[in-house]
Design a protein around this ligand. Structure first.
Ligand code: GLC
Length: 806
């Protein structure tokens, strides 16, 4: 590939050219501190929440410039360069960036100085560490001036975007002589009139002897300059000591002098972090100023990430790219989504917090590799549910439950996550765990109680099962004239935001999703032997299923919904937005489309929505504002929800294909959006190692096929489930592991290693006749079994399973 390639073991993506078409990033993170970093060390850091606690700045308005970042400038003999190419952009004679699991490591050679800077975030400490190694490759002594540099943001990112002039006035950045560190904080945390002390402290230090410290941005850069031409680096004696920055743009920078003999190597560390207690800061500074300590923490971090990623499900198919994604990068991406949801990236709005539906899906997807994480998330998410079954739309670690209006689909997601957890672990006791309900100013999730004072409160407790029953029951009853759930100000599709503003519009997709969740809830009730509840929920599912088939069928596909005036959308009669993908895929996922309708749905999806870059969210795109639907129609054609190839939705369809036994199509749906299958990187542009939220859709005038909004997308989790559970078909059930592959005909042999309930299943799928699905025979440890569900052994042993399709 033009800009890089995976390492042999697939654990790194190695970038060989610094100017990739977009910044290609990595996340260095533990559960509290995160650094988002590009191939040239551009990016920002935050602590606990990417809105309320930004540590450093990055300019989203100029994201193609990818600045500022975590830089080390070097000056020698009037020459200057930076060790990560950016921001000086002096061409190094050698440059390679390794984005690995939990670290980013950048090699360069500039003017005969070989350098490596490795960035990582240790497992526990609230900081990031840069380990720099410099080697003099020339025959002459090198006298270097070295300047580590960051630009602080300090505090609330959104307030800063709006009130930069004011927010700067609270900045206080100081060089502390005793700790030989720069400390930065705001004089107070300001949010409206809710003024609080700034409870934590940002710190920045280096292990080298400090010959100067500068905390003022303008003093470092010089008048009218950017990071590309800083006076402090480019001018003789340009670096000036400014140990105090009060009420203006603050930076952290040091001056160090280093001498390197020919062939000599020197190492040093830089540490940047944010935390509450001074005693912790002192300990962190003392520890990480020792290169040996930093290196051993780096090793630990690498091991932790490798254990998380490698020590679980593993697949081997004839498609090496598919394996690389499934075995390594999809898991890694799913982890990052679980840790930071949909807020921090180079594309996203950075508003912090975690969304309800996104968190449900992320934690469902990770259950097969980390059920404990899923369990903790389930408890957290359930505590956002109100007694009436509605919920807060998400939460922030620093600000608590979100206060705004939730989308109408939130109710349907947690049930499937809970069922996945119970199937994965067999732990039905989780259903009777008592969890609190939430009470806040929302009545039935739609109206505001004007007498409500203060924030959210606890409202007694109920079992987890009661929480999800309340969820689905609310959704079942909150219906419009035609009997479909109301769409409110949006369902899964955030951008259909005007179809239900009068609280009348309905969503056929949501009806389908509800049917699926009700059927899953019935299975859960069956598993705990509550036949009464099982029958109740099955009946509710059947009622809604019938409605969808009666009033939601359009002749060749299902319609998407009805607006506030009862007018249908996603129908043949529409000139634009005729057919929506989700209304077809979920009809399959929910078991609503059967026989002839199933055939028609699959044929229509292929005919109207498929293309060389994958499945479009709907077709044709809207070319002008459709007032009755909302912003979906206003985005540029083919971008985001306006008929992009929305990868999350394309993956729903991949699962639907697999459920229908169409292995070739399921694989094709995934393959066309796989980042490492994109041949034309000048077109695709985004990272080849993580999925994008969408590829620009076919109706865009000139960008069809461009990747967008990478990393934090539900695509990651769903793709991991699609690959392992649906295409390879190794699927957890309450009473065992179902084997039901739906693979391309051309795959003659595949292998899945699946740890499950205390044993490992080493599964070989043989496909001598080139089928797409249909298990003919299964042997376990040499013995033929009936059916296609592997028994639970729970014996800590590995069991050899041979599956023959036929
Ligand atoms: C984004 C959101 C997701 C939403 C989707 C469609 O991916 O993260 O929650 O469902 O857009 O609007």
């Amino acid at each position: 590939m033009k800009y890089g390639h995976f390492s042999k073991d697939s654990l790194e993506y190695i970038i060989t050219k610094p100017e990739t078409p977009y910044p290609w990033i990595n996340y260095l993170t533990n559960e509290a501190y995160c650094s988002v970093i590009s191939q040239c060390a551009g990016g920002y850091s935050f602590y606990r929440d990417c809105r309320t606690n930004r540590v450093t700045r990055w300019h989203p308005e100029d994201y193609h410039c990818d600045r500022p970042g975590k830089y080390i400038f070097v000056r020698e003999n009037k020459k200057a360069y930076s060790l990560t190419y950016q921001p000086l952009r002096v061409k190094p004679s050698h440059y390679v960036c390794h984005h690995g699991l939990g670290y980013t490591s950048i090699d360069a050679v500039n003017n005969g100085l070989k350098s490596n800077v490795t960035y990582f975030v240790p497992e526990k400490d609230h900081c990031e560490v840069w380990i720099a190694t410099l080697t003099n490759q020339t025959k002459k002594i090198k006298k270097l001036e070295v300047f580590p540099y960051v630009e602080f943001l300090i505090g609330d990112y959104h307030e800063e975007l709006r009130y930069r002039n004011i927010m700067n006035l609270y900045n206080l950045v100081k060089f502390d002589k005793k700790e030989k560190a720069i400390f930065a904080k705001k004089t107070a945390k300001w949010q409206g009139m809710n003024i609080q002390p700034f409870s934590s402290q940002i710190f920045f230090a280096s292990s080298l002897k400090v010959d100067g410290a500068c905390t003022q941005k303008e003093a470092f850069l010089g008048r009218y300059n950017s990071e590309e031409k800083p006076d402090a680096v480019l001018k003789e004696n340009g670096f000036k000591n400014f140990p105090l920055c009060s009420g203006e743009d603050g930076i952290g920078s040091f001056k160090h002098t280093l001498t390197l003999k020919p062939g000599e190597t020197k190492e040093f560390t830089v540490v940047l972090g944010q935390t509450e207690k001074m005693s912790d800061i002192k300990r962190i500074l003392k520890n990480y100023k020792k290169v040996s300590y930093a290196k051993s923490e780096l090793k630990k971090t690498e091991k932790i990430w490798q254990d998380r990623i490698l020590d679980n499900i593993e697949i081997k198919t004839p498609d090496k790219d598919f394996d690389t994604m499934t075995n390594v990068w999809l898991k890694y991406q799913t982890y990052i989504c679980n840790l930071w949801s949909r807020s921090p990236s180079f594309f996203h709005e950075g508003s912090g917090g975690r969304g309800y539906r996104d968190s449900c899906q992320d934690s469902e997807a990770i259950v097969s590799i980390n059920p404990e994480l899923t369990k903790q998330k389930i408890f957290k998410i359930a505590s956002l549910i109100r007694r009436d079954g509605t919920s807060a739309p998400g939460w922030s670690e620093t600000d608590g439950p979100h206060k705004f209006l939730p989308n109408k689909d939130h109710q349907i997601w947690l049930t499937t996550t809970v069922a996945a957890y119970v199937k994965e672990t067999g732990d039905k006791s989780i259903l009777s765990v008592k969890l609190s309900y939430l009470k806040d100013r929302w009545i039935k999730g739609w109206k505001i109680d004007s007498s409500w004072k203060g924030g959210a409160k606890e409202d007694g407790k109920g079992t987890l099962l009661e929480h999800i029953e309340a969820n689905l029951t609310f959704c079942f009853n909150d219906v419009g004239e035609k009997g479909f759930p109301k769409i409110g100000h949006a369902d899964w599709n955030d951008a259909i935001d005007a179809a239900g503003i009068k609280h009348k519009g309905e969503s056929v997709w949501l009806a389908q999703a509800l049917v699926r969740s009700l059927r899953i809830l019935a299975e859960l009730c069956d598993f705990i032997d509550d036949k009464k509840k099982k029958n109740k929920y099955l009946k509710m599912a059947d009622v809604m299923d019938e409605r969808v088939n009666k009033k939601g069928w359009d002749g060749d596909w299902y319609v998407r919904g009805f607006d506030d005036n009862g007018q249908v959308y996603g129908t043949k009669k529409d000139k634009e937005g005729k057919i929506y993908l989700n209304a077809q895929s979920w009809a399959v996922l929910a078991g609503i489309a059967k026989d002839d309708r199933l055939k028609k749905v699959l044929a229509s999806v292929d005919k109207y929505l498929n293309g060389p870059h994958g499945l479009a969210l709907f077709a044709p795109a809207y070319s002008s504002w459709v007032k009755r639907l909302g912003r979906i129609s206003m985005f540029s054609e083919g971008t985001k929800e306006n008929a992009a190839v929305f990868c999350h939705a394309a993956t729903f369809m991949a699962v639907a294909y697999a459920m229908s036994g169409k292995g070739d199509k399921a694989y094709e749906a995934v393959k066309r959006i796989m980042p490492n299958k994109q041949e034309n990187m000048e077109l695709y542009r985004t990272e080849p190692y993580v999925f994008a939220e969408y590829l620009v859709g076919p109706q865009n005038p000139y960008r069809y096929g461009e990747g967008a909004f990478t990393w934090i997308t539900g695509t990651a989790g769903w793709n991991f489930m699609a690959a392992t559970e649906w295409i390879l078909g190794v699927r957890r059930e309450f009473n065992g592991l179902r084997i039901d592959p739906s693979i391309p005909r051309s795959w003659k042999k595949c292998f899945v290693r699946r740890p499950f309930r205390g044993s490992v299943y080493a599964i070989e799928i043989q496909n001598p006749k080139g089928k797409q699905s249909g298990v003919k025979k299964i042997t376990v440890d040499g013995e033929k079994i009936e059916g296609n569900v592997l028994p639970i052994f729970a014996d800590k042993k590995t069991h050899k399973v041979i599956v023959t399709l036929g």
